[in-house]
Design a protein around this ligand. Structure first.
Ligand code: HEC
Ligand code: HEC
Ligand code: HEC
Ligand code: HEC
Ligand code: HEC
Ligand code: HEC
Length: 373
């Protein structure tokens, strides 16, 4: 009897427990959860203690932090694969020397290696851009001959001995989960003196970094429902530059750190995007209206979010339709793409009145009524 009652109780409790677990799983799956950005795997996948093995030559210069390679070295591949597994370490590849099969969210540096118009020219991959001697829409406060002019220069005092990849990923946090979206942080604001730069790595003292919810495989696999990055945006009307990244923490404010004049209202320099229709530059960090043609794009979770023309959110952890925001990455890939101006799609194919394959894609993702369908 006792055993039997116990059994019954056990089975019922088991069922309740099972239901609870099921509900929890369903609940968790419905939320875009921040996933760990920390590296995994054995130390020697990435570190070398003496930079010498089996009596090998020690003439070659080791990298900082006793690493086996530098940024470009670790994050590149001679294969078409963009997710490489070394033991239990998974390395996201951003530069393939052959056309990548599945470029990650940031795009890929493959194209800019041979065509200046198709990406940011970064040190170690491409020489200085032949067409652009500075960042278009340059932040007028940026130092001369710094990352505000080129990301292709070798490390020097002008780029705080960073530059290249670290013009954008100024600090890296491979062993931490600190909430800095993809290691995208400025060099501290108010701008510290060069000798204080390392202090501004402290994110509690300097909040000039991007926040968001990171997809766990960098969008190697995606679906338009929930399997993608969630970017931070804002609907606040702000002038970019100064403390805008510190206070807004959006991806648009980050890009504007170098391309300041493309966003916001800037009465002092008579530039920016304007503050309403008619716009003088394509607006960013504004709400995607839920009326008119824009109302036909509902990027809310589990609906028809487009990884081709994505949006940001006022609250990336609790995205709702009324808080969807247009951002720089709605149209651009930050590393590079197979299109000029590192656009996310073939802009030349956006022909108004066209039907067929380009309907509701690219620009038409938001401008639904301009495709003539
Ligand atoms: C997947 C590559 C990878 C693996 C595996 C790895 N590291 Fe690192 N480690 C890095 C990188 C990259 C840095 C550079 C600094 C940064 O980005 O934080 C670093 C920096 C460090 C630093 C100096 C900065 C700090 O955070 O204290 C130490 C110490 C360190 N690693 C120890 C280890 C040890 C011990 C292991 C094994 C348990 C290990 N690492 C495994 C990539 C790796
Ligand atoms: C020793 C190899 C190694 C080196 C050197 C290295 N990385 Fe990484 N990096 C990795 C690995 C592995 C990951 C994936 C970590 C994970 O699983 O999330 C990674 C992740 C990243 C990410 C994505 C972080 C995220 O949130 O998912 C960025 C950005 C990045 N690295 C930039 C850099 C930059 C910039 C440098 C040079 C300063 C650099 N890495 C140097 C191995 C390396
Ligand atoms: C112009 C700024 C910029 C430069 C320069 C840059 N990155 Fe990035 N990187 C970004 C942004 C923005 C993202 C986030 C993309 C997203 O989530 O859509 C990113 C994402 C990444 C990721 C995660 C994978 C992905 O595609 O999302 C890695 C790894 C990375 N960068 C490494 C590098 C390395 C290595 C270099 C130098 C070869 C580099 N980055 C140069 C802006 C930059
Ligand atoms: C650290 C400074 C810096 C940041 C941050 C930065 N850029 Fe740039 N960008 C540049 C420079 C310098 C150039 C001109 C040289 C080149 O193309 O590499 C440039 C060029 C461009 C171009 C034209 C590319 C071409 O070759 O025609 C686009 C588009 C662009 N950036 C978009 C972005 C976007 C989107 C972001 C945010 C993810 C961003 N940039 C962040 C410095 C920056
Ligand atoms: C992520 C959504 C989105 C994408 C993608 C997008 N737009 Fe827009 N666009 C908007 C929004 C929102 C506005 C401002 C609407 C308003 O004034 O309320 C706008 C405004 C404009 C305007 C100015 C209209 C005016 O009233 O001044 C033009 C022109 C335009 N877009 C063209 C384009 C083109 C061309 C593309 C493709 C390269 C594109 N857009 C891609 C959302 C988008
Ligand atoms: C609606 C789509 C869209 C959005 C949003 C957008 N861009 Fe662009 N961007 C374009 C297109 C298309 C071009 C190609 C040139 C043109 O049509 O004006 C371009 C060109 C550029 C260039 C090259 C300009 C030159 O002189 O060569 C830079 C730099 C740039 N964008 C940066 C940004 C930044 C930074 C943001 C966010 C503040 C942003 N873009 C937002 C579509 C967009």
């Amino acid at each position: 009897m006792i055993t039997r009652t116990g059994d019954m109780f056990g089975r019922r409790a088991g069922n309740v427990l099972l239901l609870c677990i099921l509900f929890t799983i369903v609940f968790l799956l419905s939320l875009p959860l921040p996933l760990s950005a920390k590296v995994t795997g054995i130390c020697s996948n990435c570190h070398t203690m003496h930079n010498s093995q089996d009596g090998g030559s020690i003439d070659n210069t080791p990298s900082n932090n006793l690493l086996v390679d530098n940024c470009v070295g670790c994050h590149s591949s001679n294969t078409a694969n963009t997710k490489i597994t070394k033991g239990s370490t998974i390395v996201p590849i951003v530069y393939n020397t052959v056309p990548p099969t599945t470029p990650l969210a940031g795009g890929n540096f493959y194209w800019v290696a041979s065509d200046d118009t198709k990406g940011h020219n970064v040190y170690g991959i491409a020489g200085a851009d032949a067409n652009l001697s500075t960042a278009p829409g340059r932040n007028p406060a940026g130092c001369d001959n710094s990352c505000h002019d080129t990301l292709a220069a070798p490390p020097s005092a002008n780029n705080y001995y960073r530059g290249g990849c670290q013009g954008c990923h100024v600090f890296t946090y491979h062993h931490e989960d600190n909430g800095v979206y993809r290691f995208l942080k400025g060099h501290g604001y108010p701008q510290p003196w060069p000798e204080q730069i390392e202090n501004s790595k402290d994110i509690t003292a300097y909040t000039d970094y991007v926040v968001g919810v990171e997809d766990n495989d960098w969008e190697y696999t995606t679906d338009n429902a929930g399997d993608h990055n969630y970017y931070k945006g804002t609907s606040d009307n702000y002038t970019s530059g100064g403390d805008s990244l510190t206070t807004k923490q959006t991806i648009t404010a980050f890009c504007s750190g170098c391309h300041q004049r493309f966003h916001g209202v800037q009465p002092d320099i008579g530039n920016g995007m304007g503050s309403g229709s008619p716009w003088i530059r394509h607006p960013t960090d504004i709400l995607l209206p839920d009326t008119g043609e824009y109302g036909k794009y509902d990027p809310d979770v589990n609906a028809n979010y487009s990884v081709e023309a994505p949006v940001a959110w006022i609250n990336p952890e609790t995205p709702v339709r009324g808080e969807a925001v247009v951002m720089c990455l709605s149209c651009h890939r930050p590393h590079g793409s197979d299109q000029p101006d590192m656009l996310r799609w073939d802009y030349r194919n956006m022909v108004t009145g066209a039907t067929g394959s380009s309907a509701d894609t690219g620009c038409f993702t938001c401008h639904r009524d301009k495709d003539g369908t």
